[in-house]
Design a protein around this ligand. Structure first.
Ligand code: FES
Ligand SMILES: [Fe+2]
Length: 354
C-alpha cells in the first residue's frame, strides 16, 4: 500500500522533452509524461480510453499527445480534442490527468485526490545546481520496496560496514542521532567529534587530520530524505557546521515507489567545497554512486530473503528508533487514506435505504 496524497518525483525535468513521451510506472500505475512544444509538462494515465493502447507509444504534437493506434489526440489536461473520422467528441472520451509541477529540476506528481495537491508541500530542493553549489546527481532503479531503502537511509550505523571505501566513519555505530518528530516526518541531528574523516569527506574537504562531523537530517513523509552533512577541522570554535572552512553537503534522496517490489531512486548532492574547487564534484559524484551501489547490493539481497520468508519478522535494535518511527507514521497515513476512500455502504433498515 502506498500513500497517494503526496508529491513524488516522477522524473527529472531533463528526462521529459517535447520529442518523445516517457512511460513510467509510479505507485503501481502506468503514467505517461510529456512536454508540449510550448513547454507545458503533463502526466496522464498511460492508457488510451479507446482501446487501451499505451499513450507513451504516441506522438507529441502541437497542443497534445496523439495515440499511435487510431489517432485520438489528447491535450495536456487529458481531454480528447480530436477523433479522426468522427466530429462529435463525447466528454467521457478523456484520460486521467495527474497534477504535475516542474520545480528544482524535478517533475513532482500527485497521484491521490487532486483537490488536496498543495504545491507548498513540495520539498524545497533549491540547492540543486544553484550558484555556489556544484551538484552531483543520479538515478538508481531498485528491485526492492521503498521502505527498505528508507530504513537504510534512516539508520547510519550501516555506514561503517557497507561503505568502507566511501562514507565509513568508525564513530557511527556508537553515535546516537537525536530524533525529533514533527508534523511532516522526523528530524535527526548527530555530531561525531574528533574522528577520522570518511574517505569522501577527506577527499572533498582536503582534511589531513581529525575532524568534527555533523549531519542534520529531515525525513519528509512519505519518502524524501534531506541530509545536510559535513566536516570541519576538529576542535575549532563553535558548532562545526558554522565554522569557516567547513565542508557542506546538501544531499537529497527522493524515493518514488514503482511497484511493491521496486523503486525509482533519484538523488542530488549539492556541495560547498571549503577550497572552492568545483572540479571535485565529479569525484564526489563517483563516490556517492559507489556508495549507493553498495546499498543497493545489500538491500536487493535483503528483499529476496524477505520474499523467501514472508512470515519471519525482523527483530529490533536500539539503532532502529528512527526507521521505526517513520514506518509507524507511514502506516498511519496509509490507514487514514484507506478510511477516507472506503466506499460508503448504504444502511438498510426495515426495507428502507438511506
Ligand atoms: S487505442 Fe488509442 S485511438 Fe484507439
Ligand atoms: Fe548507505
Amino acid at each position: 500500500m502506498f500513500i497517494r496524497n503526496a508529491w513524488y518525483v516522477a522524473a527529472t525535468a531533463s528526462e521529459v522533452g517535447a520529442e518523445r513521451p516517457l512511460g513510467r510506472t509510479l505507485l503501481g500505475e502506468k503514467v505517461v509524461l510529456f512536454r508540449t512544444p510550448q513547454g507545458q509538462v503533463s502526466a496522464l494515465e498511460d492508457r488510451c480510453c479507446h482501446r487501451l493502447a499505451p499513450l507513451s507509444l504516441g506522438d507529441i504534437e502541437e497542443g497534445g499527445l496523439r495515440c499511435r493506434y487510431h489517432g485520438m489526440k489528447f491535450d495536456a489536461s487529458g481531454k480528447c480534442v480530436e477523433i479522426p473520422g468522427q466530429s462529435e467528441i463525447p466528454a467521457a472520451m478523456c484520460v486521467r490527468n495527474f497534477p504535475l509541477v516542474e520545480r528544482h529540476g524535478f517533475l513532482w506528481i500527485w497521484m491521490g485526490d487532486a483537490s488536496l495537491a498543495d504545491e507548498d508541500l513540495i520539498v524545497d530542493c533549491h540547492w540543486n545546481n544553484a550558484p555556489g553549489w556544484p551538484t552531483a546527481s543520479g538515478y538508481i532503479h531498485y528491485k526492492a520496496n521503498y521502505q527498505l531503502i528508507a530504513d537504510n537511509l534512516l539508520d547510519f550505523s550501516h555506514l561503517t560496514f557497507v561503505h568502507k571505501t566511501t562514507l565509513a566513519n568508525a564513530g557511527f555505530p556508537n553515535s546516537r542521532a537525536e530524533v525529533e518528530p514533527f508534523d511532516r516526518g522526523i528530524k535527526l541531528t548527530r555530531q561525531i567529534l574528533d574522528c577520522d574523516p570518511s574517505p569522501l569527506h577527506k577527499m572533498a574537504g582536503g582534511f589531513t587530520g581529525r575532524v568534527d562531523f555533523w549531519n542534520r537530517q529531515i525525513w519528509w513523509l512519505p519518502s524524501v530524505f534531506e541530509n545536510w552533512a559535513g566536516s570541519a577541522v576538529a576542535g575549532g570554535e563553535g558548532p562545526p557546521h558554522e565554522r569557516p572552512g567547513a565542508l557542506h553537503f546538501r544531499h537529497f534522496s527522493l524515493l518514488t515507489p514503482e511497484t511493491e517490489k521496486s523503486t525509482h531512486y533519484f538523488w542530488i548532492h549539492p556541495c560547498d567545497f571549503p577550497h572552492g574547487d568545483a572540479s571535485l564534484i565529479d569525484a564526489v559524484g563517483q563516490g556517492i554512486q559507489t556508495a549507493f551501489a553498495e546499498d543497493r547490493w545489500i538491500i536487493e539481497e535483503q528483499q529476496q530473503v524477505m520474499d523467501q520468508f514472508p512470515d519471519v519478522k525482523p527483530k529490533g535494535l536500539v539503532s532502529d528508533v528512527a526507521l521505526n518511527r517513520v514506518r509507524n507514521m507511514i502506516q498511519q497515513l496509509v490507514n487514514k487514506e484507506a478510511v477516507a476512500t472506503r466506499p460508503v455502504i448504504p444502511v438498510v433498515k426495515q426495507g428502507v435505504t438511506s
